[in-house]
Design a protein around this ligand. Structure first.
Ligand code: ZN
Length: 96
């Protein structure tokens, strides 16, 4: 994976607000993940793309690990696409 630029102060502040949204998959899927900590998943890095700090979604640790376990392609067929979850995050925490 290409090396990421460090996030800007604005991106760090937005990341913390996004974290407060909790596991984003719960908005659209039947999924219980109380107790797992929330981690940030960078979308669009599957094809070796550079991490874009404007494209992060909050996932519980369990679902985040499932991406590596299943592969993103399979994960998305079960839990929804990165784009779908990203759209919800951007609706709730717009990029300014
Ligand atoms: Zn979850």
């Amino acid at each position: 994976m290409a090396k990421a630029k460090p996030p800007t102060k604005k991106q760090i502040e937005r990341r913390e607000r996004i974290r407060e949204l909790g596991c984003i998959v719960q908005r659209t899927r039947k999924h219980e993940c109380k107790g797992w900590k929330i981690e940030m998943h960078h979308c669009g890095t599957n094809a070796g793309g550079r991490k874009n700090h404007d494209k992060q979604i909050p996932l519980c640790q369990w679902l985040h690990q499932e991406i590596s376990r299943l592969s993103l392609r399979v994960w998305e067929t079960i839990w929804g696409t990165e784009e779908e979850h990203l759209a919800i995050v951007e609706q709730e925490e717009p990029l300014s």
